[in-house]
Ligand binder design. Structure first.
Ligand SMILES: Cc1cc2nc3c(=O)[nH]c(=O)nc-3n(C[C@H](O)[C@H](O)[C@H](O)COP(=O)(O)O)c2cc1C
Length: 388
């Protein structure tokens, strides 16, 4: 393997094909390819995107940080189904420096799920800086700052989206965190505090200037919480800003390959972050990738596939959290795992009230037979984003 510093490529030969991992802007890569026209070797180019010292496939699909959802079991099934970069749920910096067991446990990351970002939040700059040092010890690929959480008990202290009411502090906190680590620091935030303070275009540039290596933006204000439709217009404006050179990831309401494609084309983002649509439906990542590559939709997963992935998720969840909590926290995933199967409601009710492992498996087996009644082809339950 050779590394060319000039062109920022990594190249290796695989069975007579020169495989190039291109790390840089696309136009540079096209120019470089022209230089190579006379070369006899066949070339396979893999475009890469850079976040600080991290290189990941171009146009990555990111699993959003989600409290009580984006834990190791869920991340494992998302990774297997195409997520390129994942984040932990947010972790309180105050709790980290107090060494609170529940928060420290959220730092647990596995080699197989890398690249991974650990997300932290807080209102005190010194505490945030210290928590960067603690986080660094578990060697994530990225440290992400949460400036987007809209929940009152977080924002009232000036943490999460609360800091959108004090942009100078947001910039200062970010600068201090960048200085505290060699790891790439990224930010996830919203458009602004409310309709009158949607300063995200300027904010993104200021955060870039103090050293963040990527930014993800949820196209809502804090006031909107999760209501209304996400508006990506300002995310597109950030991409139009010629001073911006870090990756900009769009987030909000992407729940199908077609929507992902529309947002990619319309707003020119560098990747897409997906949250709710992945809950109980980790297939969304590969479905989007397939659609980008071929323009065609993959058939939805069969009932057998759904049950297989569900079981993997459930087993890891129990192994990770213990029987009681593992079962309890799987409940939020049931709806989507078994979405669009006709007359599924009574099964769902039984699943969310069942508190034994064997009981859950029994209900799922009944559900399998129930689904078979409707069709011999078990792949016919098309996914629809609206719950039935
Ligand atoms: C249950 C839940 C928990 C969330 N927890 C976090 C969190 O810990 N950190 C964060 O930055 N965003 C969090 N979010 C916001 C998501 O990361 C994402 O920005 C939002 O859901 C919009 O994306 P989507 O439409 O793809 O779901 C959470 C969202 C949900 C639904």
């Amino acid at each position: 393997m050779r590394i060319s510093r000039d062109y920022r490529t990594l190249a290796r030969e695989e069975n007579g094909t020169l495989v190039w991992f291109w790390i840089g802007k696309h136009d540079e890569y096209i120019r470089r390819i022209r230089h190579q026209d006379n070369q006899k070797l066949s070339l396979k180019i893999i475009l890469m995107l850079t976040i600080g010292n991290l290189n990941i496939p171009d146009f990555p699909l990111l699993l959003a940080p989600m409290e009580d959802v984006s834990d190791p079991p869920f991340r494992a099934v998302c990774k297997e189904n195409g997520a390129d970069l994942m984040y932990t749920e947010f972790i309180s910096s105050e709790a980290l420096i107090r060494d609170a067991a529940q928060s420290v446990a959220k730092l647990d990351i596995f080699e197989a799920e890398k690249p991974i970002g650990i997300q932290i939040f807080g209102h005190n700059i010194e505490v945030m800086r210290e928590s960067v040092e603690i986080t660094e010890r578990v060697q994530p690929n990225i440290i992400d700052i949460n400036y987007g959480c809209p929940v009152k008990k977080v924002t009232c202290k000036g943490a999460g989206a609360g800091i959108l009411q004090d942009i100078p502090k947001m910039v200062k906190m970010t600068a201090e965190m960048v200085k505290a680590t060699e790891l790439p620091v990224t930010v996830k935030t919203r458009l602004g505090w409310d309709d009158n303070t949607k300063y995200i275009v300027e904010v993104a540039e200021r955060l870039q200037d103090v050293g963040i290596r990527a930014i993800a933006i949820h196209g809502r204000t804090r006031r909107q919480m999760y209501k209304g439709e996400a508006d990506w217009t300002l995310i597109g404006k950030i991409k139009d800003n010629p001073r911006m050179n870090i990756p900009v990831f769009g987030n909000g309401d992407v729940d199908s390959p077609q929507k992902a494609s529309q947002m990619r084309q319309q707003y020119g983002v560098d990747g897409i972050m997906i949250g709710r649509a992945a809950i109980g439906y980790p297939w969304i990542f590969n479905e989007i990738k397939h659609y980008f590559a071929t323009g065609k939709l993959l058939p939805p997963p069969s009932i057998d596939e759904r049950i297989a992935v569900f079981r993997k998720h459930l087993d890891f969840s129990i192994e990770w959290k213990g029987l009681k909590l593992g079962l309890l926290e799987m409940r939020r995933h049931y709806t989507n795992y078994f979405k669009s199967i006709p007359h599924v409601k009574p099964f769902r009710y039984r699943l969310v009230t069942c508190d034994s492992y064997d009981g859950v498996l029994g209900i799922v087996e009944e559900l399998r037979k129930h689904a078979y009644q409707y069709t011999e082809r078990t792949d016919q339950f098309a996914y629809s984003p609206s719950p039935n």
